[in-house]
Design a binder for this molecule. Structure first.
Ligand code: KG4
Ligand code: ZN
Length: 363
């Protein structure tokens, strides 16, 4: 095996971003340097459908991955023979999309005679918040010293596929899961509500933009954020909230059944509904975090990551917590391969040849 901690080539294709990164590490002082960070979004291909179409995602990854890998090697200005390991997202994700990345990474690792490292996508989202908070793609090639947040840390990953509350105890690899999504994930709810309002895809940034206009104004709409079952202190559920929004939109449009043409709503109503939805969606996250902090007074910091963590209102609300707060840098909140490289380097080690891709239900 070549020097594992020298140069790692990482691949991410779990959903609708094809991403390749090349990351270099130094042991003393503990630091990382991102040499290449490429993310090709498929947003335009999926936008007409208001959500990700798995078949389109797989084909798009297949069409792009080789060229993107070649480009990453050029950007990093390295030869393949310098690579010490290949890391790849093993799941959870769309099976066809995952297979494109996994088979590409497997073939590449085999041809180089280097290890293939399997990475859990949801855990990997935390890596930038833990290890690379000052990243910006404008500073590729610069060394960043690693300084972990104080442990034990409460971790919250909020993405399009998952909400995950956990606790890192002794070190980065020692994670206890406290709670997960019971149904729709938070980002998925943003996307579905955006579709109801006729806004487009991905919904998160569009809802945020509409909500911002009326933030702080009296709002006629109020949506619940509590789960009925009080024993679920750490679990996340967004399907009820989404349905509540759907009922309000139907009521406003005066239709009981049939297709919802939310784009026909007056702009101010859309803004108010978007804002009320966003407040309820984020209040649920804050509520679960507060529950965990009150049950575990030993928690020394809160670490937040995932696509939804780009939301500015989210960041404002979480700033009210009394614990030190560590967000992933905005550029590394959405799916990318730099987080995959970092987790492969610093997270639990798994040999990619021995495990299978897994689904969102097997985290
Ligand atoms: O982590 P991510 O890139 O992909 C998954 O692993 O799922 O998250 C994508 C999700 C989408 O649902 C998108 O609507 C949401 O993150 N998102 C946001 C914002 N930006 C992206 N949600 C709320 N506010 C945002 N500004
Ligand atoms: Zn993700």
């Amino acid at each position: 095996m070549k020097e594992l901690e020298s140069l790692i080539f990482a691949v991410e294709t779990s959903c609708d971003e094809t991403a390749i990164s090349i990351v270099k590490t130094r042991v003393a002082p503990a630091s990382v340097c991102v040499l290449a960070h490429l993310v090709e979004s498929q947003t335009e291909s999926h936008a007409p459908f208001g959500g990700v179409v798995p078949e389109i995602a797989s084909r798009d990854h297949l069409a792009k991955i080789h060229q993107l890998a070649t480009q990453a090697l050029q950007n990093a200005n390295i030869q393949p023979s310098e690579i010490g390991a290949v890391a790849v997202t093993m799941g959870p994700g769309l099976i066809g999309a995952l297979m494109v990345g996994i088979l590409f990474a497997r073939g590449f690792a085999l041809s180089l005679g280097v290890p293939l490292l399997a990475v859990n996508h949801v855990d990997a989202h935390l890596a930038p918040a833990l290890l690379l908070r000052d990243f910006s793609s404008a500073c590729l090639g610069e060394w960043h010293d690693i300084s972990l947040p104080p442990l034990p840390a409460l971790t919250l990953t909020v993405s399009g596929g998952h909400c995950h509350l956990g606790m890192l105890t002794g070190n980065v690899t020692n994670k206890i899961i406290l709670g997960k999504s019971l149904d729709d994930a938070c980002g998925e709810a943003f996307d579905k509500v955006a579709k109801l309002l006729g806004l487009g895809y991905p919904g998160g940034p569009l809802i945020e933009r509409l909500a911002k206009v009326v933030q702080g104004e009296p709002n006629p709409y109020v949506f619940p954020h509590k789960i009925a079952d009080k024993s679920q202190r750490y679990a996340f559920s967004y399907s009820g909230l989404k349905t509540a929004v759907m009922h309000v939109v139907r009521q406003e449009l005066g239709i009981k059944q049939g297709k919802i043409e939310g784009h026909a709503l007056p702009l101010e109503k859309k803004q108010m509904i978007a804002s009320a939805f966003q407040e309820a969606a984020l209040a649920q996250l804050l509520d679960r975090v507060r529950n965990a902090l009150s049950d575990h007074p030993e928690i020394a910091s809160v670490v937040v990551a995932g696509g939804v963590a780009q939301n500015q209102r989210f960041r404002e609300l979480f700033a009210t917590l009394e614990k030190p707060l560590f967000f992933a840098p905005k550029e590394l909140c959405s799916d990318n391969a730099t987080m995959i490289a970092l987790w492969a380097l610093y997270g639990p080690k798994q040999d990619g040849f021995s495990i299978q891709p897994y689904s969102r239900y097997e985290l």
